[in-house]
Write a protein that binds this ligand. Sequence first.
Ligand code: COA
Length: 197
Amino acid sequence: MRLPDEHSIERLTRKDAEALSSLEAECFSTCFSPEQYAVILDAGENAPLRAFGLFGPDGGGKSLVAYVSFALHPAAGEVEIYNIATRAGHRRRGCAEELLKLVLSAAAALNLKKALLEVRSGNAPALALYKALGFTLTGRRKGYYAQSGEDALLLERALCGLCPERATSARFNPQPSTGNRMDAVSCANSHRTAKEV
Ligand SMILES: CC(C)(COP(=O)(O)OP(=O)(O)OC[C@H]1O[C@@H](n2cnc3c(N)ncnc32)[C@H](O)[C@@H]1OP(=O)(O)O)[C@@H](O)C(=O)NCCC(=O)NCCS
């Protein structure tokens, strides 16, 4: 089964701090606390880290199923993917792919040239995801992860040639209040399904 029809993708804000921290705790050995996320996600145009979340139906409402966090480095022309995760019961349905494609397209729409990330050498699902989305190996930090002894793999992909529909729908507000043009990557319409974004 692929992405649920009734899902939405939204830029995460302070109100999502608890849900994001909890999802992260489920998927990683270390995570930011809700209090830390409340600050990070509230940082507005100066946010060091931004996140998109994919919400799916949950009882009468919706809950966070997957997220991707990333940092924009406009001076370097780069977007850095910081973390991505999908709740265990929702994997292999295209959630991470959908979120990652949105970040890549939004970054391309901001005229950034390159996406970078780092991944554990033993993380086969993540490596398969990144490979499927066109990332290639550019470097290796030997034994970077002290506990497991795994290497850190550095991957990147160019942002040219992305689907123009996605790129234009990843909205960029040209004149945010402080004039910081790099603040406003956001989901085009947070209440549409991701297929429409
Ligand atoms: C890696 C992770 C984010 C993938 O999330 P997901 O929502 O299941 O991924 P998707 O369904 O979007 O997968 C897209 C494609 O990636 C590849 N892929 C993803 N998971 C895979 C797996 N377990 N085995 C092989 N290929 C995989 C496939 O090509 C897949 O396309 P397909 O299903 O049509 O074959 C998820 O496994 C996860 O949350 N892992 C724990 C957290 C983590 O390690 N994050 C990465 C940090 S660098």
